[in-house]
Design a binder for this molecule. Structure first.
Ligand code: 4AD
Ligand code: MG
Length: 462
């Protein structure tokens, strides 16, 4: 018999029909005569109730239908008498695909902490919480592609293995095909990468931006959406060593166009999630974050504040607040400062611009004051920095001067500088940390809980 998807059955039930469903048992309860099984197939946070009249089944066989088991059920779809559910299935035929021995299956009824579930990341998608999060993650990905496609931006695939360090922070994972116990050495006893697979030293990309810019300087508008890697030893609820980033890059955009794009884009994908993931968002709000829906609507309903770094630092200095990290002009703002501005001072998302050049990357457009650059960070409640971007330095001489000042290697950047030599144009772009967006939309508080298999310092299990 053809399998029905539980989400569809609950949405448009045709009572009196015989149906077939397949899924994993969430709970089982009942009496000597009748057993009730909550069955979930991952299509929705809601499980469907299966009613098993024990007089019509072999008790020995049915005994193995315990939490975690996978079963196939055929039966009659009837209106449910139980509270809070529209339809249930009176089972005629049951096949057990896979048992889950209750003595060892780790996901029993309820009450597991998120910390415990991280240790069983291979099974946690079977909980209501992680089912909801990963469905929202999917819908957000889809919305992102939809948004840029509609705006005429092309999905551009930038390499994962590269020889450059876009952010210049040196937080890279090295890529080598050498036998770690037997690496060829040069005469001065350094590892001889010239003899390695790529004939040079390579690493996992920290950002697709540099190659993304090449795309924008030909196709007009592009975006990337791929994994990026940072070997920064930050054990925080907002950092991953492997995370997904969306990086639009657009020719002929100045910093203001870039800010408009970022705000419109974030509002679009948040609206999309409210329209397409309402059951899952409501579930998570009920479990973890009562203010979630209000916070999402709040971001949608308010224009983001735009202010310069200098203005922001002044506000922080005058706040009278004692921060863990001191603030002064030139200091890199910490999450506590960003959240103060967003959550307490303005009570709105903030786009901060014109940062001191020393705390930003080499490629940002230099302002006339020679001190600041046209970077922009979008700061969100609960999250802090959700987007980082800038207008790019399109003047070849100025860019080259900055590259030299920072003693960056021209050897791995010549092609990037070529865009400024041949048909340069004003252009801008930004990077959205996908998991930070998923954190915001799900209301979860640890980034390890919004990616199926998180990679963090000392953790690459699964
Ligand atoms: O601010 P970042 O470092 O900017 C760039 O990489 C630019 N090349 C982007 C561009 O202009 N095309 O990173 C961009 C965003 C941050 O705002 C943050 O949301 C996220 O990526 N991010 C991280 N997310 C999770 N874990 C980490 N370790 C992250 N580092 C950055
Ligand atoms: Mg940043």
């Amino acid at each position: 018999m053809k399998r029905s998807i539980i989400k569809d059955l609950l949405k448009n039930p045709v009572f009196g029909e015989t149906v077939c469903v397949k899924g994993w048992v969430r709970t089982r309860r009942g009496s000597k005569q009748v057993t009730f099984v909550a069955l979930n197939d991952g299509s929705t946070v809601h499980s469907i109730q299966i009613v098993i009249n024990l007089s019509s089944f072999d008790g020995e066989y049915i005994k193995d239908i315990t939490t975690g088991a996978c079963i196939c059920v055929e039966g009659l779809l009837v209106e449910s008498q139980g509270q809070g559910q529209s339809a249930e299935i009176q089972a005629h035929k049951i096949e057990i695909y896979g048992k889950a021995d209750p003595a060892v299956y780790p996901l029993q009824k309820k009450g597991h902490t998120l910390e415990f579930l991280r240790e069983i990341a291979h099974l946690r998608p079977r909980t209501n919480t992680f089912g909801a999060i990963f469905r929202i993650r999917h819908h957000l990905s889809f919305a992102i592609h939809k948004y840029f496609n509609r705006r005429g931006f092309f999905y551009f695939h930038t390499p994962i293995i590269t020889a450059s360090d876009c952010e210049g922070a040196g937080q890279m994972f090295h890529v080598s095909a050498f036998d770690p116990d037997n690496q060829p050495r040069t005469a001065d006893n350094r590892i001889d990468f010239a003899r390695d697979f790529f004939g040079r030293h390579t690493n996992l990309t920290v950002s697709g931006q540099l190659e993304g810019e090449l795309g924008a300087m030909a196709l007009g508008g592009i975006y990337t959406f791929g994994p990026t890697f940072r070997a920064e030893n930050s054990n925080t609820p907002r950092h991953l060593a492997e995370f997904w980033m969306i990086e639009p890059e657009a020719a002929f955009y100045d910093i203001n166009d870039n800010m408009d794009l970022a705000e419109d884009f974030l509002k679009y994908v948040i609206t999309y999630s409210l329209e397409h993931c309402r059951d899952d968002i409501n579930f998570l709000a009920g479990m973890y974050d009562a203010g979630l829906v209000d916070r999402l609507n709040f971001v949608l309903g308010n224009k983001f504040v735009r202010l310069t770094y200098t203005e922001g630092v002044e506000i922080l200095e005058k706040s009278g607040r004692r921060f863990e990290f001191p603030v002064y002009w030139g200091s890199d703002l910490q999450s506590e400062h960003e959240r103060y501005l967003v959550e307490e001072h303005f009570r709105r998302p903030v786009i901060m611009t014109s940062y001191p050049k020393e705390i930003k990357s080499f490629y940002m457009k230099q302002n006339e004051d020679m001190k600041t650059v046209r970077g922009m960070d979008v700061l969100f409640p609960k999250i802090g920095e959700i987007i980082g971007g800038s207008e790019r330095e399109s003047d070849c001489d100025k860019l080259l001067a900055r590259v030299n000042e920072l003693k960056m290697s021209l050897d791995s950047l010549w092609w990037y500088l070529d865009t400024r030599r041949f048909g340069t144009a004003p252009h801008s772009g930004f990077g959205l940390g996908f998991e930070r967006l998923v954190l915001f939309v799900t209301g979860m508080s640890n980034i390890r809980d919004v990616i199926p298999f998180p990679r963090t310092p000392n953790n690459a299990e699964f």
